[in-house]
Structures are given as C-alpha cells and as structure tokens.
Design a protein around this ligand. Structure first.
Ligand SMILES: N[C@@H](CCC(=O)N[C@@H](CS)C(=O)NCC(=O)O)C(=O)O
Length: 231
C-alpha cells in the first residue's frame, strides 16, 4: 500500500494517523506541493482533482481523505471502534467528518494556510468565520458530553478535526475561549502521543512557515490569483 501525502497537509495527516492507529504498513510518498508535483498529468491519472492525499492500495486508487479513512476501516478493521458499526454511532462519526470538511476546516484553512502559501490576507471576516466554526465545535462537544468528538473513544473524526485544529496552533491562535475544544485537543495529545507525533510534525512545519514564509514567487498555480497563472 502507498500513500501520496504532503507533509504539512491536514487531510494527509488525518489519513496517516488512521494508518498508524490501525498498524498498517505502507509506503509514504512525499508529494512536493510547492513544486506542484500534484498538478502533473501522471498524478491526475490517480486523482483528476489533482489534490493530495491519494491512497494506492494494490492498484486501487482513492482520493478524498474521508473516503480513504472510511475505506481503510471498512476493509482492514471492520469492527474497530475507530469507525463504529452501530448505525447511530457511525452516523455521528460521519456527521463530524462532514462538519470538519464542510464547516470547520474550510475557514480554518482560509485563515491559516492560504495567507502563508498564497499571500491571501488574514482579515476580520476570515477570523470571524474561524470563531464561528470553533463555537459550533464547542457546542457539539458540550451537547454530546463525550471525551472525543463523536464518542468516548477516539474515532477517525478526531483525526480529521485534530488535523484542522493544528493549523490554528501553528499560527499561535488562542483556543482558550473554547475550553471544550482546548480540552479535547489536549486530551488527544496526551492519550495518543504516537498519533500526535504525526500531527505535530505537520504543525511544526506550518509554524515554521508562519514565522519564515516560503518563497513562492516562482510558483505557478492555476487557481490562485496571487501566483503566476499556468493554463
Ligand atoms: N477534500 C480533500 C482536500 C485535499 C486538499 O485540499 N489537499 C490540498 C493539500 S493540503 C491540495 O492538494 N490542494 C491542491 C492545490 O491547492 O493545488 C481531502 O480531504 O482529501
């Protein structure tokens, strides 16, 4: 099994935590985002979205981090509490995964990563959207009252949510107004140090870029107006 991943990419880190938690041996193939290795025609054969990560399981190519995590659990650990079998428990995990992708990660990424990698500005509005996302996550944790995001056990939803939250830590964002989010995040770090080690490597890398921005003046990216455009 191979995983094409970017070392500081939250979706890649979430999949790597899943593989580690499941004790699956695999080959990690580092994709250089700044060199646009994911935008080649060869890469597009694996993932026409030209996004990272991609799993290659003996020739079966799968993109989208949520789909990859669900596949790994379904195929290699169908009874694991990482992705519970009970329909209601599983529905909550799925809900948190969708929440992360659609509501939580998007504003966090726009506020934390885009200004580093694409010269966008952090604005009062981008901050407001992050605060809104954190408020909702705080509410979910408060209403469910569990140790982790969807259950008292860690699940793949936590891997996705931790991967998003680390982007905020990387830009020295103060999580203290969200005590349940802060507690959940520190509980994960304390209880799963080997998984946190994976997340932390990405967090440190982003933090380094935050303080010493990468020189991307020659990077040609088709979707980002702050970069030279390439057809
Ligand atoms: N929904 C995708 C998102 C993956 C994604 O956005 N990956 C980023 C790297 S962290 C990427 O490949 N972006 C492509 C680009 O900006 O060119 C997933 O969860 O796997």
């Amino acid at each position: 099994m191979k995983l094409y991943a970017v070392s500081d990419g939250p979706p890649s880190l979430a999949v790597r935590m899943t593989l580690k938690a499941m004790h699956i041996q695999y080959q990690l193939i580092n994709v250089d985002f700044c060199a646009l290795e994911h935008r080649t025609e060869d890469y597009a054969k694996m993932n026409p979205q030209k996004e990272i990560p991609v799993l290659d399981d003996d020739g079966f190519h799968l993109s989208e981090s949520i789909a990859i995590m669900q596949y790994l659990c379904d195929k290699y650990a169908p009874l694991s509490t990482l992705y519970p079998v009970d329909p209601n428990e599983r529905a909550l995990v799925n809900q948190r995964l969708c929440f992360n992708m659609g509501f939580y990660y998007a504003p966090i990424s726009a506020h934390s990563m885009a200004p580093i990698f694409f010269d966008y500005e952090r604005t009062p509005m981008s901050l407001k959207k992050v605060e809104n996302a954190l408020e909702v996550f705080e509410t979910y944790l408060q209403r469910l009252g569990t140790k982790y995001a969807a259950s008292d056990n860690v699940t793949i939803a936590d891997f996705a949510l931790v991967s998003s939250t680390l982007c905020l830590e990387a830009i020295d964002f103060d999580l203290s107004p969200y005590p349940l989010v802060q507690k959940w995040y520190s509980t994960f770090k304390a209880e799963y140090p080997e998984l946190w080690q994976i997340a932390n490597s990405g967090m440190q890398e982003i933090n380094e870029f935050e303080h010493n921005p990468p020189d991307l003046s020659n990077m040609e990216h088709p979707f980002h107006p702050t970069r030279k455009s390439k057809a």
